[in-house]
Design a protein around this ligand. Structure first.
Ligand code: HEC
Ligand code: HEC
Length: 300
């Protein structure tokens, strides 16, 4: 009897040991991804200084940056918080205490973060929106940076990302989204189609405003990119409800948050951030969505 117990003990012991070793290896692999440093050639983007460009940068930042970095761009503590996985604060972008604007030494620092997904130390940042912001044209990115540099300083020290060993294991197992720097194209010069109510410009707007992050790569709906949320977003292709809307109703939905059928959109859809899109921008998005192949609603 004692012998049997002893063998069970040894087996359990070595199993635990094995699991521990596998765990440690995975954490080490996870760390090597997070601690890898990257370098990209400078973009040489000219940051404009005229009032019109800064105003345009503000317009784009309202739709694209404020939702995650706060209206004053001072950063949000625990922007992401999943107890056993860890926390991510969104950065303070201003020149106040703890702000990116205070620590950055050149405009290229902004470009590296926003277009490539790396921080001041050259290591990956966990800013999921890089999937969209890496598509911004030199001109639009320049205007956004000009605006970000112009906002009043906010004193707020943020702590960046803090992942637990479990997060690193899940990351290696592919259960957490990849680091943006590992997935985006890193194209150096991006051009945008001419702004206007065209399908091409609509595609650019969709790509640069995070629509795919929540509505899926093919825009036919998706589960939330936030692993702690459970919603599934609606289909924006002609296979969904939008097939029955008019352009005017589409624009109204963005302005009011209420769909033609009278449904009040929840805050999971950041329509308040998007409500100041120009008419032509919304018309362009509408034209692009209408041009998509008719797909079925995504289901799990
Ligand atoms: C979906 C949310 C989200 C959106 C949208 C977003 N950010 Fe971020 N951003 C973050 C998070 C979270 C971090 C911190 C990442 C980390 O510490 O790993 C961050 C980090 C940054 C950093 C790097 C700060 C540093 O200390 O390295 C810059 C610069 C930045 N964002 C600028 C912008 C700008 C400009 C926009 C709009 C064009 C934008 N972000 C849109 C979430 C977002
Ligand atoms: C952070 C996630 C998120 C982002 C980013 C996002 N959406 Fe949504 N969207 C949702 C969710 C969730 C809903 C469903 C909300 C509800 O029904 O309460 C929704 C609803 C909609 C609807 C209403 C569809 C219907 O059938 O009722 C439209 C139109 C829409 N989104 C378009 C867009 C466009 C265009 C973009 C990019 C400019 C975008 N969304 C970006 C999450 C998002």
């Amino acid at each position: 009897m004692k012998k049997v117990l002893k063998w069970i003990g040894i087996t359990l012991g070595s199993l635990t040991g094995l699991i521990l070793i596998v765990g440690i290896v995975m954490v080490t692999i996870g760390n090597s991804h997070l601690n890898k440093t990257y370098d990209f050639p400078p973009s040489n983007i000219t940051i404009p200084t005229d009032a019109a460009s800064i105003e345009y940068g503000k317009h784009r930042a309202e739709a694209l940056c404020q939702g995650c970095h706060g209206v004053a761009l001072g950063g949000i503590d625990q922007w992401f918080n999943a107890g056993p996985i860890g926390t991510v604060d969104s950065a303070n972008l201003t020149s106040g205490e703890g702000g990116f604007g205070r620590e950055a030494t050149s405009d290229e620092d902004y470009v590296r973060a926003i277009r490539h997904g790396i921080g001041l130390d050259g290591k990956p940042i966990f800013m999921p929106a890089v999937e969209s912001t890496s598509y911004l044209s030199d001109e639009d990115l320049g205007a956004i940076i000009a605006y970000v540099k112009s906002v009043p300083p906010v004193n707020h020290v943020t702590k960046g990302h803090n992942f637990t060993p479990l997060a690193k294991i899940l990351f290696v197992l592919g259960q957490l989204p990849k680091l943006p720097v590992e997935t985006v194209s890193h194209e150096v010069h991006v051009t945008a189609p001419e702004a206007g109510a065209t399908m091409e410009y609509g595609e650019y707007m969709v790509n640069t405003n995070d629509c795919r992050a929540c509505h899926g790569p093919n825009l036919n709906g998706s589960k939330s990119p936030d692993p702690t949320a459970t919603w599934i977003s609606p289909n924006l292709t002609p296979g969904g409800e939008l097939a029955f809307w008019t352009e005017e109703e589409f624009i109204n939905t963005f302005r009011t948050g209420i769909t033609p059928s009278g449904h009040q959109l929840s805050d999971n859809m950041p329509w308040k951030d998007y409500r100041n899109f120009y008419d032509d921008e919304l018309k362009a998005i509408w034209l692009y969505l209408q041009s998509l192949p008719k797909l079925e609603q995504y289901t799990e």
